[in-house]
Design a protein around this ligand. Structure first.
Ligand SMILES: Cc1cc2nc3c(=O)[nH]c(=O)nc-3n(C[C@H](O)[C@H](O)[C@H](O)COP(=O)(O)OP(=O)(O)OC[C@H]3O[C@@H](n4cnc5c(N)ncnc54)[C@H](O)[C@@H]3O)c2cc1C
Length: 464
């Protein structure tokens, strides 16, 4: 008889959420984690520490730039970087400790160490092999590398996102390679701390996949805050000494190779799925061309009894996507119908202002010949955003021209990452833009801008 109904490998947001749901559904569950603490990339070196630093440095920015205008006279704060990092570490340990509590509460065994799968139905951790009916692989992802660029987080000169969270000191000059979410968030952190930050990006726009008007507005706002951008630049390599680095790049438009000096180079060119050491080759688990574990619509791999979820499979590398898959696969294992609506997974950049998107983009729908209407409303017409001095940005709702059904949205503005959920819920319920427009929204709230954008899909907004 199997010791477990399910063993989950990896305790990130995919794995630990799946474990809790499996236990709630009555399955005897264990989770394997090789790190010292639970919570995966997200809690240890991803979402949570980056948001703690974004929060602390946003406070600094407010004190330095906006307090005086609001009549708050004080000396500009000085930065105690060691204390800021310890604040961040404290936030991380509160959260990882919280996951440990959840494991205990739900009677989930934490098998400490790195797992291998010697055969379907077996998981080895250290010297012990456990029998299990099913295995869920939630082994996540690691930072991608770039040819000619050697990351060494210990030296702290050429770092990835993990190294950027623990730099020994705030650099004077930082070069960020990659204008994606992680590069822009961490670039913002260091820019606010006083570093001169230059973002070098191969593409011609920030945050690939977003609508062009969103990308343009976002870049303009970040530039106003002090971030510098070099777009259309192919990084050729980085030469590093113990304390400095030179980033060589080739402008795509032609011309000579250029060089940028930096104290720290952050390589933020994306992440790749991680399934090392599990023994998947020997088991015959099929992989995609991009190195992800291939799964069917029920997260089953090509080997019976082995499932996979989260960053290690296809789809956006987001904590909440991993969590949703974790809950859904638990349902599948318990004999229920697990479901994830991949059309309604929000994406958020936690800069100031935040940028949030969901569903399809205006550009993609137009390119596909889909007849749409677009309702856009600037935060300049939103009293609450003006009251906090953050009226730069807009809400855009994209709806089907015939049916008025909401197909997607983008928000650049205060609390965009929270506001986007109104549109997510509307989309889940197949709502029309008019449904949102007819819903009473409290005044004064940022959410009124969502209603105004929905009104803009119909007879027009009021405050524009
Ligand atoms: C700087 C940064 C900021 C981010 N910010 C956000 C954000 O704001 N919002 C968001 O949605 N996403 C964010 N992400 C992405 C998010 O962290 C990931 O999408 C998410 O963690 C994926 O969850 P997961 O469970 O699939 O894998 P992971 O969180 O990567 O967890 C996998 C775990 O499996 C363990 N593991 C792997 N192999 C084994 C093995 N053989 N045995 C035992 N254990 C194993 C690993 O140690 C790891 O702890 C961020 C990422 C980074 C790096």
């Amino acid at each position: 008889m199997s010791q477990y109904d399910v063993i989950i490998i990896g305790a990130g947001p995919g794995g630990y959420v799946s474990a809790v749901r499996c236990a709630q559904l009555g399955l005897k569950t264990a989770i394997v984690e090789g790190r010292e603490t639970l919570g995966g990339t997200c809690l240890n070196v991803g979402c949570i520490p980056s948001k703690a630093l974004l929060h602390a440095t946003h406070m600094l920015h407010e004190a330095e730039h906006n307090f005086a205008g609001m009549g708050l006279k004080a000396k500009a704060p000085t930065v105690d970087w060691a204390q800021m990092k310890s604040y961040k570490d404290d936030v991380v340990s509160q959260n990882t400790g919280g996951v440990e509590f959840l494991m205990k509460k739900n009677k989930i065994d934490w098998l400490k160490g790195w797992a291998t799968i010697p055969a379907a139905g077996k998981v080895t951790v250290g010297d012990t092999t456990y029998d299990t009916k099913n295995i869920v692989i939630a082994s996540g992802s690691v930072p991608s590398t770039l040819p000619g660029v050697e990351v060494d987080n210990d030296k702290g000169v050429v770092v990835d996102s993990t190294g950027a969270l623990v730099l020994g000191k705030v650099p004077k000059k930082m070069v960020v390679i990659g204008a994606g979410v992680i590069g822009l968030e961490l670039g913002s952190v260091y820019q606010r701390l006083g570093a001169e930050v230059t973002v070098v990006e191969y593409m011609d726009a920030v945050c690939p996949g977003m609508d062009k008007d969103v990308q343009r507005t976002f870049k303009r706002i970040l530039e106003k805050q002090g971030l510098k951008f070099i777009m259309g630049a192919a990084v050729q390599g980085v030469d590093a000494t113990k304390t400095k680095a030179k980033v060589k790049y080739q402008p795509k438009k032609g011309g000579d190779e250029e060089v940028l000096d930096a104290d720290v180079v952050l390589v933020a060119t994306g992440r790749k799925p991680y399934a090392e050491g599990l023994g998947l080759d020997a088991l015959g688990v099929k992989m995609t061309e991009r190195g992800q574990i291939a799964v069917d619509g029920h997260w089953a791999t090509s080997v019976k009894g082995i499932y996979a979820i989260g960053d290690v499979i296809e789809g956006p590398m987001l904590a909440h996507k991993a969590e949703d898959e974790g809950m859904a696969v638990a349902d599948v294992l318990a004999g229920n119908h697990g479901h994830v609506n991949y059309g309604v997974i929000p994406g958020v950049v936690y800069t100031t202002p935040e940028v949030a998107t969901v569903g399809q983009t205006e550009d993609a729908l137009k390119a596909a010949g889909h007849k749409i209407k677009v309702g856009k409303f600037s935060f300049m017409g939103n009293a609450r955003a003006k009251a906090i001095g953050q009226a730069d940005g807009f809400v855009k709702i994209i709806a089907d021209k015939e049916t008025d059904r909401v197909l997607g949205a983008a928000i650049i503005g205060p609390a965009a990452g929270d506001m986007i959920h109104e549109i997510c819920v509307a989309m889940e319920f197949g709502a029309s833009a008019q449904d949102i427009a007819l819903t009473c929204h409290a005044h004064p709230t940022y959410s009124e801008a969502v209603r105004e954008a929905a009104l803009a899909c119909g007879d027009g907004p009021i405050h524009a």
